[in-house]
Design a protein around this ligand. Structure first.
Ligand SMILES: Nc1ncnc2c1ncn2[C@@H]1O[C@H](COP(=O)(O)OP(=O)(O)O)[C@@H](O)[C@H]1O
Ligand SMILES: Cc1ncc(C[n+]2csc(CCOP(=O)(O)OP(=O)(O)O)c2C)c(N)n1
Ligand SMILES: [Mg+2]
Length: 346
């Protein structure tokens, strides 16, 4: 989705000219970055902390569809999904590298749009862009971002630390990004059949934003620190609640039980799912792309966060033999299965 009329051929700048043009506005802003863009490698200083590194790959046609994703949003989202993994380790994100495979149809102005989104994310989350790689691609747009962060060794939170009787908590609300995607896909099909019809996204702002412009939960990491809570285990919700619960349980060698009526759903998510004839609970369990934090805390810590409206306790940790279960609104017990999004199922 790129409507800018000006089209400058990337060949006019060449690879190095392009890199210079795109990165010149990015200034190093934090002490962990010794050298950013411009040498054979970036130089970082962990300042006695542990270093967290995570990488994700976004491919046109698999992870995003340029028919309805504006390039600036894509740049912003690509950064968010990567920062989210650093926050899921209970760390502070400080740097990213950005690697691009650009299809030949992309003019300079299109790449500039992606970088506007990246810059917005870097400004908002205090991140240094410290490097990357740029190439032409014959198969559409490819974006790979690596995020780097730091945490004191005793703060780093793994997937494997959940203990029996811990409480399972989730930030924000779930399922919105998936329902937003269904609306965007619906409007795309209508448009393809009849290009005169303008997309009808009226009243769907929140869920469309959840899909196009997710926000990684840096604030939750800060909140937990303020509350003096160290989660016993943590993961971010990228593939859907069910899949992430199974990761925490498997890695921790425990079982987990959740309660359907506790799953936080935004009213717009709930109503739109109903309109589309899909079960809102299934959207939360299997939709994905929520980029909320799912974590376990010890019972003693419950009093510290019970009044926080942005964190919901949805279940608890059990012994391994009890497996992963959801108690439904009608009090039936269902086994949780990882039926979340899977790139290989497309
Ligand atoms: N091609 C690969 N080579 C090596 N490690 C990989 C590869 N793909 C994924 N991983 C690693 O597997 C683990 C799980 O990855 P993934 O399911 O993608 O996690 P996330 O949902 O947090 O991105 C991570 O430690 C990741 O770095
Ligand atoms: C065209 C399109 N198809 C599918 C999706 C949905 N989708 C894209 S990425 C994703 C989940 C996370 O992707 P993955 O590559 O598994 O990331 P990771 O778990 O490694 O962080 C989902 C549900 C989408 N937003 N757009
Ligand atoms: Mg991954």
């Amino acid at each position: 989705m790129f409507e800018n009329k000006e089209r400058t051929d990337i060949n006019e700048l060449g690879e190095f000219g392009l890199i210079k043009h795109l990165t010149t506005n990015f200034k190093i802003r934090n002490d962990y970055s010794v050298k950013g863009v411009g040498d054979d490698a970036a130089v970082l200083d962990a300042k006695g902390k542990q270093t967290l590194v995570s990488t994700d790959l976004l491919l046109e046609g698999i992870h995003f569809d340029l028919a309805y994703v504006p390039l600036m949003h894509l740049g912003y989202k690509a950064v968010q999904v990567n920062l989210s993994d650093i926050y899921a380790m209970n760390g502070k994100a400080s740097q990213i590298t950005v690697s691009l495979g650009l299809s030949s149809k992309f003019p300079l102005e299109a790449v500039e749009e992606i970088y506007k989104g990246i810059e917005l994310a870097c400004n908002k989350f205090n991140i240094d862009l410290i490097g990357g790689d740029t190439s032409a691609s014959k198969q559409g747009l490819v974006i790979s971002i690596t995020s780097i962060g730091y945490a004191d060794a005793d703060k780093v939170t793994y997937r494997n630390g959940a203990q029996e009787n811990d409480l399972l908590c989730v930030s924000g609300d779930l399922g919105g990004a998936y329902v937003g995607l269904q609306i965007l896909e619906r409007e795309k099909l209508i448009y393809l059949e009849n290009p005169q019809i303008q997309p009808d996204l009226e009243g769907k702002d929140y869920i469309i934003e959840r899909q196009l412009k997710p926000e990684a939960r840096m604030d939750i990491v800060a909140l937990l620190e303020d509350m003096n809570i160290k989660p016993t285990s943590m993961i971010d919700v990228s593939d859907g609640l069910a899949s992430e619960i199974l990761h925490l349980a498997t890695e921790s060698d425990k079982g987990i039980t959740i309660y359907e009526d506790k799953i936080p759903l935004d009213p717009m998510t709930y109503e739109t799912a109903r309109e589309l004839g899909i079960d809102p609970t299934v959207c939360a369990l299997s939709g994905g792309e929520d980029y909320e934090l799912l974590f376990t805390i010890s019972q003693e810590d419950y009093k510290k966060l019970k009044h926080d409206v942005d964190i919901t306790v949805i279940g608890h940790v059990t012994d391994k033999n009890s497996g992963c279960k959801m108690v439904s609104k009608s009090n039936n017990v269902h086994e949780l299965k990882a039926q979340g999004w899977n790139a290989f199922n497309k």
